[in-house]
Design a protein around this ligand. Structure first.
Ligand code: NAD
Length: 295
């Protein structure tokens, strides 16, 4: 790999991000800052692509030799039929957020790094999911990735709670896959059963909210209202990172939870895992944090 110069050259390799809406994304900054820091001759650009343009966009990745792409809403599931291969985890999750164009030759492999990103973010906070009982709300894209990854990484029990909306069937499918393919015991319960939900958290060491409740337009809401649910040995993890402190995390802190962790770490580490797949190099995470979050 050549060292990057002050400008892009004819040799520069492109990584894309295809999603809509996407202009708000921190991923281009995260990856371009990392390329610059490590002297890698890559560039990362966001493209406003929805389901309608997706097939052509994937052909474009092949035709132009784009080395890889991140994929976000609404394309995470829709891209699967256009790819040549899926990683075992992407197959289980049924979604892709990272595509690697092997050697730029057009063979596209789909991966999902949201779950590993979440597990790494928890580990960074000193939280080991192995042998733990975890209560999880949400079985959409983020919830499914977290459920599958924590089960694969050795969680003992996963108790998923979801409202009876269109994603509930997806949760049933996820529970089935986990029980069939991992040693983790998974269950799915209607979130309307509040007694079961509270009982589950009482028996869990980690509660993960992967619903997006706490983010706009639900920024004033949270799924736990009873302070008795929060204990000094309970870790509370909310996948939302905007705002940094959701109503749930504020409530957890106020009532003495062991830890209240937001989704920033998950966001960074899903990017770091993708970066590794694109370049073979470790993302300079501390540098990225200092640039993005002034930490
Ligand atoms: P999704 O639409 O696929 O799933 C949303 C889930 O939340 C579903 O299970 C749905 O039933 C549930 N839900 C929605 N409204 C609810 C309510 N009022 N009460 C209870 N449950 C409700 O969305 P997603 O892609 O899984 O994203 C969910 C959240 O995760 C978003 O806020 C997204 O920004 C965040 N996210 C964060 C990261 C990260 O890196 N930190 C990565 C991916 C997603």
């Amino acid at each position: 790999m050549t060292k990057i110069t002050e400008r892009l050259t004819g040799h520069t390799l492109l990584i894309s991000l295809i999603a809509t809406p996407i202009r708000h994304s921190m991923s281009p900054t995260m990856h371009n800052e990392s390329f610059k820091k490590l002297g890698l001759d890559y560039a990362y650009l966001a493209f406003e692509v929805g389901n309608k343009e997706l097939k052509d966009a994937v052909q474009g990745i092949r035709a132009l030799g784009i080395r890889g792409s991140n994929v976000s809403m609404p394309n995470k599931q829709a891209i699967i039929p256009y790819l040549d291969e899926l990683s075992p985890v992407a197959k289980l999750v049924g979604a892709v957020n990272t595509v690697v164009n092997k050697d730029g030759k057009g063979h596209l492999v789909g991966h999902v790094t949201d779950g590993t990103g979440a597990v790494r973010a928890l580990a960074e906070e000193g939280v080991d999911i192995k042998d733990q009982i975890i209560t999880l709300t949400g079985c959409g894209g983020a919830g499914t990735a977290i459920a599958i990854q924590t089960a694969l990484d050795g969680a003992k029990e996963l108790r998923i709670f979801n409202i009876k909306d269109a994603t509930f069937a997806n949760g049933e499918e996820t529970v089935k896959k986990i029980n069939e393919h991992t040693k983790c015991k998974a269950t799915l319960t209607d979130l309307a059963d509040q007694a079961a939900f509270k009982q589950s958290i009482a028996e869990s060491s980690i509660y993960i909210d992967a619903t997006g409740v706490g983010m706009k337009p639900l920024e004033n809401e949270k799924l736990i209202d009873d302070p008795a649910v929060i204990r000094p040995d309970l870790v509370v993890f909310d996948v939302v990172y905007s705002p940094r402190e959701t109503k749930l995390l504020k409530f957890a802190k106020e009532h003495g939870a062991k830890k209240a962790i937001n989704g920033l770490g998950m966001m960074i580490y899903q990017g770091a895992e993708a970066f590794k797949l694109f370049t073979g190099e470790d993302m300079p995470v501390d540098h990225v944090k200092s640039v993005l979050f002034d930490e």
